[in-house]
Design a binder for this molecule. Structure first.
Ligand SMILES: [Zn+2]
Length: 308
């Protein structure tokens, strides 16, 4: 059958179909673009909200940690020690000022001297080190010092006498740290953990890492109220060089007369678990201090020799 000539109405009909199809396609494209735009808008909105929430949360965290830090260290009026080579021996420091470092001497908690714990029942001879925590029920009656610090009231008179006599020699000793509450020690280690997280440490590792650098709450002698950090006002730094100051020279020579000993001598770190701290003094009583001074014993050695 031969093609019939296209009529005007056929042409118009075909054009009308084309127009409808074009219109339909334009609509579809428009819907698609609108859908994509709406999706992008929602995505941007969500990202914006999340970022805003993060900023708010971050600010809240910052404020919280700043407050915690302030509460923890506002009585520490000495500069922080160098975080460098001093602490490379894998030993603890007993301080909580954010300085490095530790990891118990000998490597693990069960390698220290633990069997003499029962011998240190006398209040002035209680042993606290990385392997011997303070008893949970430990109570201390505090005597406040003139600078707002506090110590165990039982050693206060001897401390006062020692400070008076030191000043009487024309020296200027400054007690920069003494009794610390458990809460303060906890705040110090929490602050350390937060700093580690911010430095990029995985969250599951921070507790172990923080414990290497700040005394774990319950193992700092400062919680006893029998330990003091004393520096020379001319050099208020918790650094090895502190040993060269006139105040330290006087204290190292005379503190035993008042019942205090330099608790962490340079050559006893393996026994104390703490690095050399030529500023940290511990009250042990005159009798023990005299023997420890004369026989060059640290508290761990004294207890083993005289109390076991
Ligand atoms: Zn100390």
């Amino acid at each position: 059958m031969p093609d019939r000539k296209e009529t005007t109405s056929d042409f118009e009909e075909r054009e009308a179909v084309r127009r409808r199809l074009r219109k339909k396609r334009r609509k579809e494209v428009l819907y698609l673009r609108l859908t994509v735009l709406a999706f992008l808008a929602i995505l941007l909105l969500l990202m914006g909200v999340e970022k805003f929430m993060n900023i708010k949360q971050h600010r809240a965290e910052e404020e919280f940690w700043e407050e915690t830090k302030d509460a923890a260290v506002n009585t520490e009026n000495v500069a922080e020690a160098d975080e460098g080579g001093l602490f490379s021996a894998g030993l603890k420091i007993d301080e909580g000022t954010g300085k490095e470092d530790t990891a118990t001497a000998g490597g693990s908690g069960d390698e220290g001297i633990t069997h003499i714990r029962s011998c240190s029942e006398k209040w002035n001879l209680i042993l606290v080190n990385p392997w011997n925590a303070i008893p949970e029920d430990y109570q201390v009656e505090l005597e406040e010092l003139s600078n707002g610090q506090a110590v165990d009231a039982r050693c206060y008179p001897m401390l006062q006498q020692m400070m008076d006599d030191c000043r009487g020699e024309g020296l200027n000793p400054v007690i920069c740290s003494s009794w610390r509450s458990r809460e303060k020690q906890e705040a110090l280690i929490a602050d350390k953990e937060y700093r580690l997280i911010r430095a990029g440490y995985p969250e599951e590792d921070v507790a172990v890492e923080a414990a290497k650098t700040v005394a774990v709450p319950g193992t700092s002698e400062h919680e006893l109220g029998l330990a003091l950090d004393i520096v020379d006002s001319s050099y208020p730094e918790l650094e090895t060089e502190q040993e060269n100051t006139p105040v330290q020279k006087w204290l190292m020579k005379n503190s035993w007369k008042y019942g205090f000993v330099l608790r962490y001598p340079s050559d006893k770190s393996a026994l104390t678990g703490i690095i050399y701290e030529p500023w940290h003094y511990r009250y042990v009583g005159k009798e023990a201090a005299k023997i420890m001074y004369e026989e060059d014993l640290c508290l761990e050695e004294y207890l083993e020799k005289y109390c076991s």
